[in-house]
Ligand binder design. Structure first.
Ligand code: AMP
Ligand code: MG
Length: 407
């Protein structure tokens, strides 16, 4: 049977994702959300001509000859007030940083450069070498003009974007709705994490891991607990999960006698898009969708082995979540990294190998962790990403360049 490559699987997933409808949220709640519209500047920035220095504003005509001149002081203009006098040759106004430039003013001389006595504030003596038209003045609209592009759709909103939105008075921000993501762990062996171990049982570590991954992806997690490998219980839990935008199941998608997930999903009306991928770990990944009453739920059957689940989430589910949220480039971002140790790949599938990637003097360095395979969850605690290794007979050597995907 032909198995899809990772790239083919990613392309198929992206074909099935529908971008969320936009909503507006208050500016204070939009961190890490994805902007849903192209925004234009609603007004000039700065909105008026303003001083960039504390000092005196003058009219440069006839003053720039290099000689000293004593000017009469008209007024003090502080930030937030408006000037009342025009500056004409022979006069100056005291001005503070951020205050509006009066008509006639075209040069600000910093306070440190003038002779000025607070006891005799009627005059100020300036030197012509400090005078040049436009010096220390920020003209209206010189940073951005009304109607220019401000932020583009798909921008992931960070604090600098929040500041820009605030400057232009965008108090309600159009963003894409966050997806709801149900998590269903399946397996008769699973115990809730607060239970002592009993014979043959293990704790359900995949659910809290996936919830954390969902939260890191800025989506809303809906944990559904543990379903036993039992038709009716699985079916009931699947029905609840299908009410979300995404349903992630862990376990039950391999070839065991109790791997009931694909058949229960079919019973629930979920159409299979693919099952199994040429990759390691993560080969048993199952993906499908159900559309009912105009609502769509995308369903991922993640392999139960913890590292497989984790890696399939980072590659496939995260891509789907980014696309749902309107990201411009939803595919996983790879960075180039230099191996700091030898590492061997076994088998004939593209391997995603947990690694610790840290910036070094000559770019990103990747240190593969001591990893015992798809069940070796503990070792992933030393990793912050995964390196991508094509299958090959000889070891990858320290110093070789590889692709890495950071979590
Ligand atoms: P399965 O895909 O159901 O055959 O499970 C593969 C392996 O992953 C088995 O060793 C399971 O015990 C383990 N496993 C399945 N689900 C979980 C889970 N929620 N947390 C931790 N390990 C799990
Ligand atoms: Mg199982």
């Amino acid at each position: 049977m032909y198995m899809l490559t990772v790239d083919e699987a990613l392309a198929l997933i992206l074909q099935h994702v529908t971008t969320a409808v936009p909503q507006t949220v208050p500016l204070g709640d939009c961190l890490s959300r994805v902007l849903a519209e192209n925004l234009l500047t609603p007004h000039d920035s700065p909105p008026f001509d303003k001083s960039m220095m504390d000092g005196f504003v003058v009219n440069s005509t006839g003053l720039d000859g290099g000689t000293s001149q004593t000017l009469s002081v008209l007024e003090t203009i502080t930030a937030g007030t408006v000037p009342t006098w025009n500056v004409v040759p022979g006069t100056a106004s005291r001005i503070m940083t951020g205050a509006p430039i009066p008509d006639g003013g075209d040069c600000v001389i910093p306070i440190e450069r003038v002779r000025f006595d607070e006891g005799h504030p009627e005059t100020v003596t300036i030197s012509g070498i400090d005078v040049a038209a436009e010096r220390h003045i920020l003209r209206q609209g010189c940073l951005a003009k009304t109607g220019e592009p401000l932020l583009s759709q798909g921008t992931i909103i960070e604090p600098q974007h929040i500041a820009v939105l605030a400057e232009f008075g965008v108090a309600e921000v159009p963003v894409f709705r966050r997806p709801t993501v149900a998590v269903l762990a399946t397996g008769d062996e699973l115990l809730p994490i607060d239970q002592p171990l009993t014979a043959g049982r293990i704790r359900n570590s995949n659910e809290p891991m996936l919830v954390g991954q969902i939260q890191r992806a800025q989506a809303t997690a809906v944990p559904l607990g543990i379903a036993r490998d039992d038709h009716s219980q699985l079916q009931a839990c699947i029905q609840r999960g299908l009410e979300c935008d995404f349903l992630l199941l862990s376990g039950g998608v391999s070839a065991g006698t109790l791997d009931l997930v694909p058949s229960e999903l079919a019973t629930a009306g979920v159409e299979q898009v693919f099952h199994k991928i040429q990759m390691k770990p993560g080969k048993p990944l199952w993906f499908g969708q159900r559309t009912a009453d105009g609502r769509k739920c995308l369903v991922f059957g993640l392999p139960g082995n913890p590292v497989s689940s984790m890696i399939c989430f980072e590659l496939f589910v995260r891509t789907a979540l980014r696309a749902f949220c309107g990201a411009l480039k939803p595919e996983p971002t790879t960075v180039r990294a230099t191996l700091s140790q030898n590492v061997a790949v076994r088998g004939d599938r593209l391997t995603y190998f947990p690694a610790k990637c840290v910036p070094g003097e000559s770019g990103m360095m990747a240190e593969p962790v001591r990893w015992g395979g798809s069940a070796d969850l503990r070792s992933t605690a030393d990793a912050n990403g995964m390196i991508v290794l094509e299958p090959r007979a000889e070891e990858y050597e320290s110093g070789e360049r590889v692709d890495a995907v950071l979590w």
